[in-house]
Design a protein around this ligand. Structure first.
Ligand SMILES: [Mg+2]
Length: 321
């Protein structure tokens, strides 16, 4: 590690939120103490971010790595319709990690945590023999029994997605093909690649859909539409038909990116065809992309040719290239 572990913990503690809201005791004791309100359920998710697997130091600025490792977990909280409460960060740093990198990482992480009132309440630090590892846990809360599950889709439901799809995969592909020279990387962050470098978890959207009882089933699109919609269908014991002409494909992305590219962190949900689902929320579009069918399997059609099976090819598919 670049600095002593005790110094790293001191730095994190100095920069982390003070104990607030449901976090009664944060960093500094043996355990955090968290007090949910009466009548609430706690939802918990954990996510690994591993150098060389989930990020590369030569591609991703440290702020992006910090942001993304928390955004991935927050996106899972959004997919339940929950409100974030607290997060925990376990960080293993390679000996060669510069202090500047640690600073940038914490800046990206804590900025996002603060935006969603998600107190950094603890974690662990260690040295790593090869590469950086960040393990993030997030706790969220919602009224008892009201979590929106993957298993709630009903035959005849309409399938919706938030935002646009494929932007993160298109950004990743541009990095892989080295189409973006080093000095231009900054502009990539601001434009086409923002979905890749700084994905926005759809917390408010998830809560809105839960509060208004609009979503029967919900998942966040972390592995790609084809994979994640298949998860919903399996858990709900239904099938689905996607109309490819309706897909909100991100700028610079292809249909392939939109179907199989992961890391968009948009929400996918199903709702009764009678539900009054808004067409957008706070500038983020909500698009109808298909419907839930009897039987099993996800199919795709452009309404002119015979429907084709849409097999789960997300994430793995793009990792190979
Ligand atoms: Mg998820």
């Amino acid at each position: 590690m670049p600095i002593l572990e005790s110094e790293l913990i001191r730095q994190i503690r100095r920069r982390a939120d003070r104990s607030s809201g449901p976090v009664r005791i944060g960093i500094g004791d043996d355990c955090a103490v968290i007090r949910p309100r009466g009548g609430e359920d706690i939802v918990v998710t954990t996510d690994f971010s591993i150098e060389g697997v989930h990020f590369r130091r030569d591609w991703h600025p440290p702020e992006s790595v910090g942001h993304r490792c928390l955004a991935r977990a927050l996106s899972d909280i959004a997919a339940m319709g929950a409100q974030p409460m607290a997060c925990f960060l376990s960080l293993a740093l390679a000996k060669s990690t510069p202090q500047k990198w640690v600073d940038g990482f914490l800046r990206g992480f804590l900025k996002l945590a603060e935006r969603y009132s998600c107190t950094l309440a603890g974690g662990d630090t260690s040295s790593s023999l090869s590469g950086i590892v960040a393990d993030v846990m997030v706790l969220g809360s919602l009224p008892s029994g009201k979590a929106v599950l993957r298993s709630g889709a009903k035959v005849g439901d309409t399938v919706y997605v938030t935002g646009s799809l494929g932007g993160a995969a298109a950004g990743l592909q541009r990095l892989q093909e080295q189409k973006v020279p080093q000095p231009a990387r900054k502009s990539l962050r601001g434009m086409t690649g923002s979905q890749h470098f700084f994905p926005e978890p759809r917390i408010a959207m998830g809560e809105f859909l839960r509060q208004n009882k609009l979503a029967h089933a919900m998942i966040d699109i972390s592995d790609g539409l084809s994979t994640d919609l298949n998860h919903v269908c399996e858990e709900s014991r239904v099938g689905a038909m996607i109309n490819s002409t309706l897909l909100p494909i991100a700028k610079h992305a292809t249909l392939e990116h939109a179907l199989h590219g992961g890391e968009d962190y948009e929400l996918l949900f199903t709702a009764s065809p009678k539900a009054k689902v808004p067409v957008e929320m706070a500038g983020v579009p909500i698009t109808e992309i298909g419907w839930v069918t009897r039987g099993r399997g996800v199919y795709i059609t452009d309404l002119t040719s015979k429907p084709k099976r849409l097999r789960p090819r997300g994430w793995e598919h793009f990792r190979k290239s």
